[in-house]
Design a protein around this ligand. Sequence first.
Ligand code: GDP
Length: 445
Amino acid sequence: METRAPGRALPLVAIIGRANVGKSTLFNRLTQSAQALVGDQPGITRDRHVGRVSYDDHAFLLVDTGGLTGGEDELGALIRRQAEAAVAEADLILLVMDGKTGPLPGDEEVVAYLRTTGKPVLLVVNKMDHPGRDEVLPEFYRFGLEPLYAVSAEHRLGLGGLLKDVVKRLPPPVGAAEAPEAIRVAVVGRPNVGKSSLINRVLGEERFIVSDRPGTTRDAIDTPVSFQGRDYVLIDTAGMRRPSLREPGLERIMVLKAVRALERAQVAVLLLDASEGVTAQDLRIASLIDQGGKGCLVGVNKWDLVAREERQTVLAQVREGLHFLPFAPILPLSVRTGLNVGKLFTWIQKIHAQLGTRVGTGELNQILKDITGRAKPPLFRFRPVKFYYLTQPEIFPPTFVVFVNHPEGVPDAYRRYLVKQLREKLGLTYAPLRLFMKKRQRRGR
Ligand code: GDP
């Protein structure tokens, strides 16, 4: 099972299709494993399965979903959600249809839905292992997904050609000579904490290479810089203070600008003024960062003004004031003297890598077993609360979904325990992390 790769993860391919078209068989053939259940009963594959496929110099993860079109019963809805999660995660989608039955009502909708995702979709027509089947093939052209891949998963026909085209469409393998994307950093804080000074210092220092002329948007100035081989775009909202400092509604404008800058950023640098500590305005901005699920680094600026004997107290007060951002490192900073300005970027990079962490399903479920085995939640209405499995549908921030029989029966303290344990086991100490609980009846197989 795949382990997590900070930064760029393996590409992901999702197999989508209605029940009984042969998704599991295809998954098995491509991963050459027997992870998925195969049977004659429609709907027998109910979990998501993930396996690794290697072909030529390429490797990717393949996800087998339970089927996009289940019934409207609860199980069908669950399967649908999972398939949607897999699609959201995927770099490419294999849509499997049945060459024995031909296109079915509802297929059109699935194709239309997949189109809205903007992801490449390859249409795989399975069970093409009888001479007469070729006659149904033209019917599949109506979906406008060409070329068609006529295969027989069971008899291993046509799989080589399919794999060849799959890897052609995937992002280049990790390690390919291509610069990783720039890390987008919003420099936020209330007026006068030193945002402009920070940007200017960065622009003025030789070790930061200004790679391009800054661009402007309506609310912010984007400054691209490189530092120690990494590219960053600094999104600066400092300009806001000029026209409106004395105007009423300043707070609203400040918040709006911060929201807009944060929207485009992955990591926020929240600048504070060391001599003033955490003020109400700082808290407003901090909670925006929290709501947005952004990475956060707190820069306690003007450190040169803090007396040596007060330093510990100031840091403790900041930590306490921002207790709802426990993952945010707090860094004393002096833009004036240059203290820790370089370190700021080392931290940003670390946070960014954690935000992009993707963890394989196998590893996640092992961890879930460990965590819930060690301490169990209390009974809910005299019944045990059971955790079934854990998936990670998203990165930026890493977002996890745990399926549980009684989500309402999980006390807050236990939820915090889960999050804390997840952080520790995955090494996600500096990034926000989201955990959702979803209801699942029982493991029906
Ligand atoms: P902005 O509104 O957040 O962009 O803040 P500015 O960058 O305009 O800085 C506000 C004031 O704080 C200016 O007078 C700066 O010179 C001063 N300042 C910025 N950084 C530091 C620092 O590290 N130490 C000290 N003592 N003053 C600073």
